[in-house]
Design a protein around this ligand. Structure first.
Ligand code: PBG
Length: 325
């Protein structure tokens, strides 16, 4: 108790502050999401996400080279196909846009760890995350295309499969399909607790994946719920998920912490497009210190319990870590 105890004693010296620091970020923590678009020589800037682009395959490879050089070791790929269809079958094709992207990266950079997002929304004409039946996304029909898409991405060379659709039973369906195809060693990182969030707005511009009718509330979670997130996570672990994800990150730090306390499994947190855009916009106005807030936000996600942080700031954060050393 005071005056014997003075907590400030540990704060007066910078070296000591570092010694007692409880959380540190490292380049190993980060995954950079990238958008691969059909066509040649495209580098379309995404208006609502300054610094992020839709990249055609050769530019995707160039970006990965730069990331590797800086020290970012993993990317999460999303695709913008030339044509969409009713069921998202374009996502399951050998020459699908993400499949092409994966092969091109692996050819030049075999070490780059590629995580492939699995979902239908970028590939369906209606923009929903699955097959529509009777005016809503049909769970079990969707499992079929998700499994096909996963196997196709693994065949192209993806190192990890990350389903983001929020269908019930998808981890089991994908695990079974991967194993049947011989991909026993490919882990599944499940977007287990994925909320129906306004923070995905800028991403839907980037991935051209906004639903053309209705919303995603019949499959993504209600932001008010936390007990339910634990049930989602439990189910995914039982179905064979290797890593569970909480998404978005910043408004859901309590969910990350609960997951950390309740389960013994690696946790990923996805700091989504809206989190990125808010910081970028405020910084562009000179209202906040971008680098400082970026690092503070990422530290808070790690402190909450995340092992892996998926963030559009991955490159900038690694550069920042380097400049601090
Ligand atoms: C696809 C998917 C979305 C995001 C990742 N995968 C969008 C959505 O569910 O509408 C959002 C990522 C971001 O906002 O950065 N289902």
């Amino acid at each position: 108790m005071y005056p014997q105890t003075r907590l400030r004693r540990l704060r007066y010296n910078a070296t000591l502050r570092q010694m007692v620091s409880e959380t540190s970020l490292s380049a190993n923590d980060f995954v950079q999401p990238l958008f691969v678009v059909y066509g040649e020589n495209k580098k379309n800037s995404i208006k609502s996400m300054p610094g992020q682009f839709q990249l055609s395959v050769e530019n995707l490879v160039a970006e990965c080279k730069e990331l590797a050089q800086i020290g970012v070791k993993s990317v999460l790929l999303f695709g913008i196909p030339e044509h969409k269809d009713e069921h998202g079958h374009v996502a399951c094709q050998h020459n699908g846009i993400v499949q092409e992207g994966i092969r091109a990266i692996k050819k030049e950079l075999p070490e780059m760890y590629i995580i492939a997002d699995v979902c239908n929304c970028e590939y369906t004409t209606h923009g929903h995350c699955g097959t529509i039946f009777d005016g809503d996304v049909d769970n079990d029909l969707t499992l079929v295309t998700l499994a096909m898409q996963s196997v196709s991405l693994a065949e192209a060379g993806a190192d990890m499969i990350a389903p983001s659709d929020m269908m019930d039973g998808r981890v089991d369906a994908i695990r079974t399909a991967l194993d049947d195809a011989g991909f026993l060693k490919i882990p599944i990182m499940s977007y287990s607790a994925k909320y129906a969030s306004g923070f995905y707005g800028p991403f839907r511009d980037a991935a051209e994946s906004a639903p053309q009718f209705g919303d995603r509330k019949t499959y993504q979670m209600d932001p008010a719920n936390s007990d339910e997130a634990m049930r989602e996570i439990e189910q995914d672990i039982l179905e064979g998920a290797d890593i569970v994800m909480v998404k978005p990150a910043l408004s859901y730090l309590d969910i990350i912490r609960r997951t950390k306390d309740d389960f013994n499994i690696p946790i990923a947190a996805y700091s989504v497009s809206g989190e990125y855009s808010m910081i970028k916009a405020a910084a562009a106005n000179g209202w906040i210190d971008e680098k400082r807030i970026m690092m503070e936000m990422l530290t808070s996600i790690k402190r909450a319990g995340a092992d892996i942080i998926i963030t559009y700031f991955a490159k900038d954060a690694v550069l920042q870590l380097k400049s601090q050393n």
